[in-house]
Design a protein around this ligand. Structure first.
Ligand code: ASP
Length: 595
């Protein structure tokens, strides 16, 4: 086919922006042929650009040359069109520009296109694999395109807000050395220094702390982080954080900044939120919601009903605490549905699951009646706060990790499941919560010792400092950190802390983690040195921006808000990465691949 050149044609309007007020204007549009309808005398082209779609009409009588050219185009051809805007006789309410159409005077075909592997429509039946392989076509669809636009607006608003609050955006190195954030490093071999490797940053943690030592006072960065983690649903090996640090902070000051940032980021998505966000101690969150990232959009809080089961524990044969949970209106659930709930609780680790249905008049129905009697059953229902028509689920589970209530953890997960099943989670609410009061250490089953609950730079509650030298794991596990998390609608957006800023304390903490002075020097010597040159108190946080944007966009997966995401198995299907490299390249690096 003979292609046209764009020449000196310049777009005058965006397709999706044309309105009735533009009637009679001569316009030049550019874009892709979204759809073509050929009615013989008339050809309709839907021309699409980033802003949306405009209908262009080619009339054989009025303009035979343009009409003939329009006969040649196919979907996704690239075109430029000139014509006059006219009001449509019958508006199309499904299209933003549906009040008008463009009567074409000239059509230039700038490029052809192969038939795409899926139609460029909102609803595609193509698999995610196909969509990712042809991501450039996928991004032409309005939903992914709108997500990318939203991401731009949110990031821009974050930058504006932090700039107004006196923060500098400062880039930190990508080729650096390991920063411990609990994942495996991505390593980059050095050609110049054979046998030496850079690590891609798991986070800019050490660099941002050093920027505080440098006197930068207020730093932020919208930054890519890399963590080589085992395959987990909806994680990306590289992801974007809003990383943030400030000097001389109170916890309130840090929370205040993030609350301003989140208010404006949400506003960019048309969502109104207002700080200050409520705060919850970790312990209270676990007790009331069985989760350290509670979804606060609905109630259904847990109630410890262990004492009510005391007399029956032997007979029922369960182990551990018992947590009661009320599903409002759940009294109407069928036997089969109750079985499904019981099965789920067991698969989550419950050692016993007991249900009590309350009829509309409050009469209980429960298998517990035989053991506890009507009175005992009603006492549990009352303790759990049930009303007539509700369902009570009592969950027993045996303590797995010392100090954590396993029953609460199971009940917390069941709470989410039941709320979703019963449609009790409002989708138009945006409940941010700060979680504070975390433990400094946690027990690692794999390493059989205490490890940092967050990262080893997290500050320590002052009164607990002497416990650092206590050899007892139990004592160490009781130590409190100055860390905090930000949670939105049951999703952890990120964590931060007031940091350790005294070298002596940092060394004691490393020692408590079992790092000898030699290992400390080898891994963190530069940082330990920097700490000795007048380090101000400082603290900060990092928020997962992919997750923030996905929530604001109403998307379940972060892949939907990343322009070029990787699959769950860390592959880029479009660029076909990772890939093998030539023997020469490996030779240069002094590397051989083991069979
Ligand atoms: N570096 C931490 C992280 O990536 C966040 C922080 O402590 O600021 O989770």
């Amino acid at each position: 086919m003979q292609l046209d050149v764009l020449g000196d044609w310049q777009r005058t309007h965006s397709c999706g922006d044309l309105r009735a007020a533009d009637a009679d204007r001569e316009v030049t549009l550019t874009g892709w042929v979204h759809r073509r309808r050929d009615l013989g005398q008339l050809i309709f082209l839907d021309v699409r650009d980033r802003s949306g779609i405009a209908q262009v009409v080619f009339n054989i009588e009025q303009n035979p040359a343009a009409h003939a050219r329009a006969e040649e185009v196919r979907p996704e051809y690239v075109v430029a069109v000139r014509g006059r805007v006219v009001a449509r006789q019958k508006a199309n309410p499904d299209l933003a520009s549906g009040e008008i159409e463009v009567i074409a005077s000239e059509l230039r075909i700038l490029n052809t296109a192969k038939t795409p592997p899926f139609v460029i429509e909102d609803e595609v039946s193509a698999s995610e694999e196909t969509r990712l392989r042809y991501r450039y076509l996928d991004l032409r669809r309005s939903r992914p395109k709108n997500n990318i636009a939203l991401r731009h607006r949110v990031l821009l608003e974050i930058r504006r807000t932090l700039d107004e609050l006196g923060f500098y955006e400062i880039e930190t190195p990508m080729l650096t050395r390991s920063t411990p954030e609990g994942a495996r490093d991505y390593l980059v071999p050095s050609r110049v220094h054979r046998g030496h490797f850079y690590a891609l940053p798991q986070s800019p943690q050490i660099f941002k702390q050093i920027l505080m030592i440098s006197g930068m006072e207020r730093y932020f960065q919208i930054v890519r982080c890399f963590r080589d983690e085992d395959l987990r649903a909806d994680r990306q090996p590289e992801f974007t954080q809003l990383d943030f640090e400030m000097s001389f902070p109170t916890q309130d000051a840090i929370f205040g900044v993030i609350e301003r940032v989140m208010e404006r980021a949400c506003a960019a998505a048309g969502i109104a939120v207002q700080g200050p966000f409520p705060r919850l101690e970790y312990r209270e969150a676990m007790q009331r919601f069985g989760s350290d990232k509670p979804d606060m959009r609905f109630g259904m809080e847990l109630h410890d009903v262990t004492t009510h089961f005391a007399s029956a524990q032997g007979k029922l044969g369960f182990q551990g605490n018992v947590q009661g949970l009320v599903a409002p209106g759940g009294g109407a659930l069928s036997r089969k549905q109750l079985d499904e709930i019981t099965e789920r609780a067991k698969s989550l680790g419950a050692s016993g699951v007991y249900t009590i249905k309350l009829a509309a008049d409050g009469t209980p129905a429960s298998s517990l009646e035989k053991t506890l009697g009507d009175y005992g059953v009603l006492a549990i229902a009352a303790a759990a706060g049930a009303k007539p028509g509700d369902l009570v689920v009592a969950i027993a589970a045996k303590e797995q990790i010392p100090g954590t209530d396993a029953a609460a953890l199971v009940a917390g997960q069941l709470r989410l499941h039941l709320a979703e099943k019963l449609g009790l989670i409002p989708t138009d609410q945006w409940k941010f919560t700060w979680i504070t009061g975390f433990a400094l250490f946690e027990w690692s089953e794999t390493e059989k010792c205490v490890v940092s609950a967050q990262h080893p730079f997290t500050g320590i509650v002052d009164e607990d400092l002497p416990k650092l030298e206590d050899p007892s794991d139990a004592v160490r596990l009781s130590m409190r950190s100055k860390g905090y998390d930000l949670v939105l609608n049951g999703v952890e957006l990120g964590s931060g802390s007031i940091r350790i800023h005294q070298q002596e304390v940092q060394q004691r903490l490393f020692r408590a983690l079992g790092l000898s002075d030699e290992v400390q020097r080898a891994r963190f010597g530069f940082f330990l040195d920097a700490l000795t040159y007048g380090t101000p108190p400082h603290g900060g946080i990092a928020l997962g921006l992919d997750r923030v944007v996905a929530l604001l966009a109403g998307e379940k997966s972060i892949r939907e808000v990343i322009a070029f995401p990787k699959t769950a198995s860390a592959q880029d299907l479009m660029a076909d990465a990772p890939s093998s490299v030539s023997p020469d390249q490996l030779d240069d690096l002094g590397i051989a691949v083991k069979e």
